[in-house]
Ligand binder design. Structure first.
Ligand code: MSK
Length: 509
């Protein structure tokens, strides 16, 4: 029954929208621009329609990451740091971005830039697709610093830096003889308060588990076992052993509130932005509220535990993975990595990031495993969970750097290695590989790395197919300004062939 339910949902994909060739920015449409010569009712070209769709996607992603940092600042009662991008970015890049008009105009203007990006894509505003593409890069930079960097830095300051440890993961971490509480989403504020509660000796009957990026964050910082990535969140509830699923923001499937109705599970929403039918809404805005809500959740979960059906069992085994790396605790220093690259002992660094998209059937994990003989691998997000499940996160060739916002750690690793090599980032053999994107956030993260001068691979069409004129334009524009490339390669074999033939530093430059 559940399988059919999911299959039916997957059948609802629009093949035209998938390529970005549908404009629904006004009510003269929606208009389809299947061919290059097609125009929308207002005269918008295919290039304009596709570029506007990409920008709206990027704006969605940037708003999520910048919102994450903003919520954390508000929670901590802190102000935005002054001149943040200037402080964090390499100076040559800061000057380049400034020269080409990619920086927010003033303090706090980054949210205005996201809003202006939406404005520029409304019907009858910007008709220059080249300028629309420029906006994508601008929002990528905002996402990188006012989202990824700031959220990571604040959380590290308050909740501590991760530590290298062996973590447990998979549905097997759910304990049949305990009250199971899952924390799910991206902003681990309440999850941190729950950890403190759960570690009190009167709460030894509680088993706290993580899902999605909140799960990655608490796994890396505290060793809280991780039950599932985005793709498996429904399976967590379907075990029938979850008393409460506590969600914050982003990547929380609306389906879970329906699914929870079939079990005894209580869904608890904890952020003003995220409400769900049939859920208990307990928003938190400060530390005191977080502590009180954490306390209430535990007693609510215990009550729900009385309704759990008897004799439930978990069939899946636990997996283990080495987690908890960050930019300063990799086994090799930036200088050692730079030297290995210079001496050709290492062909480069590949960061595998992003989601785990069920529509992608190709076996990227197998390819990464093969390539790890020659390349050092970093990973974050849901795809990191997939690599862990395949047994690759042994702390030798693959290094797990946390959640989606922790892509800031990858940017830092790249910056530090390039600095140690006395080169600019675009001179180094670095690659971002996002084989299975789902969320808009994967696209804005990609735009950020492209603006840093790192090549970005997507393994799934993101409103763009490689034969389109706009894809070629994006390629050229990036090459000219940032010496980087965003490219699509859906076939692992083809990807490997290109990599082996020419290597990272030359093929994609
Ligand atoms: S949770 S953005 S499905 S990685 Fe960060 Fe996973 Fe992608 Fe959400």
């Amino acid at each position: 029954m559940k399988k059919r339910f999911i299959k039916d949902r997957l059948n609802h994909q629009c093949s035209i929208g998938k390529q970005g060739k549908c404009c629904k920015n006004c009510l003269l449409g929606p208009c389809i621009v299947l061919n290059r010569q097609d125009k929308g009712a207002c005269g918008a070209s295919q290039d304009l329609v596709v570029s506007r769709n990409i920008l709206r996607f990027t704006a969605g992603g940037a708003s999520a990451h910048c919102g994450h940092a903003y919520h954390t600042l508000k929670y901590l009662k802190k102000d935005y740091p002054f001149d943040y991008i200037k402080k964090k970015a390499p100076s040559y890049l800061y000057n380049l971005w400034k020269k080409h008009g990619f920086l927010p105009k003033a303090k706090l203007e980054h949210f205005k830039d996201i809003s202006e990006a939406l404005h520029t894509t409304t019907m009858g505003t910007n008709a220059d697709y080249k300028d629309v593409i420029k906006w994508c890069l601008r929002l990528g930079i905002l996402d990188g610093y006012y989202g990824l960097y700031l959220a990571t830095e604040l959380e590290d300051q308050v909740f501590g830096k991760p530590e290298v440890r062996v973590g447990e993961l998979n549905l097997g971490v759910i304990q049949p003889n305990k009250i199971n509480i899952a924390v799910h989403g991206h902003e681990p504020i309440l999850a941190e308060a729950l950890i403190k509660e759960v570690r009190k000796k009167e709460n030894l009957d509680i088993n706290l588990i993580g899902v999605c990026c909140t799960g990655q964050a608490v796994l890396a910082r505290h060793g809280i076992p991780m039950a599932a990535n985005f793709l498996l969140q429904e399976n967590v509830i379907a075990t029938g052993m979850i008393e409460a699923m506590v969600v914050d923001v982003q990547c929380i499937m609306p389906s879970i509130s329906d699914l929870a109705e079939c079990y005894h599970t209580k869904i608890i929403t904890t952020n003003e932005l995220c409400k769900m039918p049939n859920a208990v809404h307990m928003p938190i805005t400060n530390k005191k509220e977080a502590e009180e809500v954490a306390h209430k959740i535990i007693s609510m979960a215990r009550t729900m535990g009385r309704h759990r059906l008897k004799n439930k069992r978990i069939r899946e085994n636990k997996k283990v993975a080495v987690v908890g790396f960050h930019e300063r605790n990799l086994p090799y220093s930036p200088k050692e990595i730079a030297d290995k690259i210079r001496k050709a002992q290492l062909k480069g660094v590949i960061a595998v990031v992003g989601c785990d998209n069920i529509r992608v059937k190709e076996d990227w994990v197998k390819l990464y495993k093969e390539l790890s003989k020659d390349y050092l691998f970093l990973t974050t997000g849901c795809i990191g969970f997939k690599l862990a499940n395949a047994g690759l996160l042994d702390g030798k060739n693959f290094y797990h750097l946390g959640s989606c916002v922790n892509n800031a750690r990858i940017a830092e690793v790249f910056r530090l290695i390039a600095k140690a090599a006395k080169k600019q980032i675009h001179d180094m053999p670095f690659l971002i590989s996002c084989p299975q994107p789902i969320s808009e956030k994967a696209i804005s993260i990609g735009m950020f790395f492209a603006a840093l001068g790192v090549d970005v691979h997507f393994g799934y069409n993101f409103l763009l197919s490689s034969d389109m004129h706009i894809a070629k334009y994006l390629e050229e524009a990036l090459k000219k300004t940032f010496k980087s490339k965003v490219f699509l390669e859906m076939k692992p074999k083809q990807f490997k062939r290109r990599l082996q033939k020419e290597g990272l530093s030359t093929i994609y430059k």
